[in-house]
Ligand binder design. Structure first.
Ligand SMILES: Nc1nc2c(ncn2[C@@H]2O[C@H](COP(=O)(O)OP(=O)(O)OP(=O)(O)O)[C@@H](O)[C@H]2O)c(=O)[nH]1
Ligand SMILES: [Mg+2]
Length: 676
């Protein structure tokens, strides 16, 4: 794709708390590398990275985007730099997880004014999990009341003493000093020497000649030191800490030089497949590419973003999707830098390219040369925590709703569209209200579909807790042939270990055997909508023990009706109750919110199961009715100033308390009335 050897390629993901300055830094880097002829600004909507309407409107990043360009470093080498900007807002963490699979190094941006935040820690953990090398960039040092030393010590306290500065702010505020570079101001000489000494000691762990040279008083070139440091950086023992002012564009050259010197290239790490086998990275090895992103481009259509791990991907070729065995035709290959798309002929290890119009490939799949088969581990994304029922505004919207929903969900593995067969609603599930809001806007802008969101209906069920009798005689005589069927039955709760739910206990042919299936059908139909709130009846056992028939007038229809009516009567007599789904939630919050969150969970009818400290947070485990949780993601965030997160999974159905059940039953009756 380019004339730069892969050993001179460096791939970075920028991650961190929302608003820490990632996009601003990417804009500064792109300006410095000449990709943009002016500095793009998030605030004025001119950012090269936050270019979509969604991002310009909200002034936050929503999508991960990669940019690459050659950089001529201060030591004269040309390095291909790739930066992937990611959203810090937790609703879009799926984007960050995806992008982390396309890169070797995580650059965690920390805003000097805010220090280490929850998003910084979340980023650190993700880099750990993915085995990425790490850099930390302290930005925003031009802001009021910030102090570099305080921020640095906060970083070291949070992430360890392996976080060592490699650039420092000048005392007069005029710029930054590259610790491994030249032109160190006198007033910083001692501090720089001390840091340099500790860096050399680290480097010397892998290179004896270096320490001898250093102790002998020889000047070590940045290249010598950096070369020795690369192993420590790759192993995570050293996390270089940079400082810059992205908005003022100072410290950017020092940052680019340091990044190109200290961090691994795509071939310095051995990429592995799902089974742990090393993937060969040479250009002539079989091609292996990992799909980390998919976008519906308004002009080009479906664009699949692939990180090449080994071999060469060529335009106008045939490849295979290793996950499903389907062949895929590659027409053109695109290098995408934000809005700019350039056609390229081929791509090798370390490159990120987009392939238009693949038919059988999804995010998380592996693409291979025809004839070879390597599968990389797919993603583990967070489960949804926000649920909204989606309704089309008009009939025209209704016709396109399914397609529009699937279009947005196809490119976002953290967004799910689930049809609830009990409530008959289409439910959009995501990671927060902003996530769902963006999906709704995209349905409008891409598919011109207007939707309304409502709190989803709870999939209640009904059952009984006692024994109830029911009887119905269906008798009609209106000229011609009449209708007759009479059924006596009892209902009671069915225990899980019992298999049979329908028991024919009639004697002497009081209901002839040929009408029994009709009685059963009547029961099955009545169970679809129980007598309390129209919810499905579950875990129930029916004993049909008597009845009567008429030689001429009895029919299947008559027995079906009699069965259904007798069943309703019996359920109402058998202490019927409403059941609701209960979820087990794990809520992670700072200590300071513990009291508020506990009392809120109590109000939500939650049962606290346990509490433990984890990663500096308190994690509460509780069983909470689903009805209380549809908007919990948003509520929790506002109660904890954005710091609280939670996950949940279905646990069981449980009886709805009387006072709540009465409201649900009244609502259901109102809905039924309105529907008539
Ligand atoms: N003064 C000052 N402001 C900055 C600096 N970096 C970013 N900002 C401002 O902080 C705000 C947020 O910056 P972004 O670059 O959008 O932050 P981000 O990390 O990309 O945020 P998300 O996309 O939400 O994760 C913007 O208004 C920037 O102008 C900086 O170095 N100095
Ligand atoms: Mg951003």
């Amino acid at each position: 794709m380019k004339n730069i050897p892969v050993s001179d390629v460096r791939n970075f993901i920028l991650l961190g708390h929302s608003g820490s300055g990632k996009t601003t830094l990417v804009d500064a880097l792109l300006h410095k590398m000449g990709v943009n002829d002016r500095l793009g600004l998030v605030a004025s909507g001119s950012s090269m990275a936050d270019f979509t309407d969604e991002e310009k409107e909200r002034k936050i990043s929503v999508f991960s985007k990669s940019f690459s360009a050659p950089y001529k470093s201060s030591d004269g080498r040309t390095i291909e730099m790739m930066f992937c900007d990611t959203p810090g807002y937790v609703d879009f963490f799926g984007q960050v997880i995806s992008a982390s699979r396309a890169t070797e190094t995580g650059m965690i941006v920390v805003d000097a004014a805010s220090g280490v935040q929850l998003g910084s820690r979340r980023s650190w953990r993700l880099c750990n999990r993915q085995g990425l090398s790490r850099a930390i960039v302290i930005s925003g040092l031009d802001k009021d009341n910030v102090d570099y030393a305080t921020t640095l010590s906060e970083i070291q306290a949070a992430f360890g003493s392996g976080c060592v500065p490699v650039s420092l702010p000048k005392s007069d505020g005029s710029g930054f000093v590259d610790i491994l570079g030249k032109d160190i101001p006198d007033d910083l000489a001692d501090q720089v020497n001390e840091i340099k000494g500790s860096l050399v000691e680290l480097a010397a762990e892998t290179d004896d000649t270096l320490i001898e040279k250093f102790l002998g008083g020889d000047d070590l070139s940045p290249e010598e030191i950096s070369h020795g440091l690369r192993d420590s950086v790759a192993s995570g023992a050293l996390v270089p800490v940079f400082a810059c002012n992205a908005l003022k564009e100072t410290g950017i050259t020092e940052l680019l030089d340091g990044l190109s010197r200290l961090f691994p290239s795509p071939v310095d790490r051995d990429p592995k497949d799902a089974e742990g086998n090393v993937i060969a990275t040479g250009a002539s090895d079989p091609m292996v590419g990992f799909v980390w992103r998919s976008v519906n481009d308004p002009f080009v259509g479906q664009l699949t973003f692939v990180r090449i791990l080994g071999g060469t991907l060529k335009s106008d070729s045939e490849i295979v999707n290793a996950n499903n065995g389907e062949k895929e035709r590659v027409g053109s290959l695109l290098q995408v830098n934000g809005k700019k798309q350039v056609q390229v002929e081929s791509a090798t290890a370390g490159d990120i390219v987009a392939i238009p119009k693949l038919k059988h490939t999804a995010v998380g799949d592996t693409l291979c040369s025809a004839g070879s088969r390597t599968i990389c581990a797919s993603f583990k994304f967070p489960s949804p925590v926000m649920f909204q029922a989606v309704h089309a505004k008009t009939q025209a919207d209704e016709d396109k709703l399914g397609t529009a929903l699937h279009r947005v969900a196809d490119e976002d593995p953290t967004l799910h569209v689930v049809r609830n067969n009990d409530t008959h609603e289409m439910v959009l599930q995501g990671l927060g209200d902003v996530h769902i809001g963006v999906a709704v806007n995209m349905m409008k802008s891409r598919s011109n579909v207007d939707v309304l969101l409502t709190t989803p209906k709870v999939p209640y069920k009904e059952t009984v807790q006692g024994l109830g009798e029911g009887h119905y005689k269906h008798k009609k005589q209106s000229g011609g042939r009449g209708q007759f069927g009479e059924v006596y039955l009892k209902v009671e709760a069915k225990r899980p270990e019992e298999e049979e739910w329908f028991l024919n206990e009639t004697v002497g042919g009081s209901i002839p055997g040929n009408f029994m299936p009709a009685v059963q059908k009547g029961l099955v139909e009545a169970m679809v909508a129980g007598p309390l709130a129209g919810a499905p009846v579950t875990d129930i056992k029916v004993h049909v023990y008597d009845g009567s028939y008429h030689d001429v007038d009895s029919s299947e229809v008559a027995f079906k009706i009699a069965g259904g009516r007798a069943f309703r009567e019996a359920v109402l007599a058998a202490k019927p109750v409403l059941l609701e789904p209960i979820m087990t939630v794990k809520v992670a919050i700072p200590d300071s919110s513990l009291g508020d969150i506990n009392s809120d969970l109590n109000q939500k009818r939650g049962r606290i199961l346990g509490m433990e400290a984890e990663d500096g947070m308190q994690v509460i485990t509780a069983d909470v009715p689903q009805a209380e949780l549809f908007k919990y993601a948003a509520e929790l965030r506002s109660m904890t100033a954005g710091e609280g997160t939670f996950s949940m999974k279905y646990c069981r159905y449980d009886v709805v308390p009387q006072n709540v059940a009465q409201k649900v039953i009244a609502e259901a009756a109102k809905d039924k009335e309105e529907a008539h």
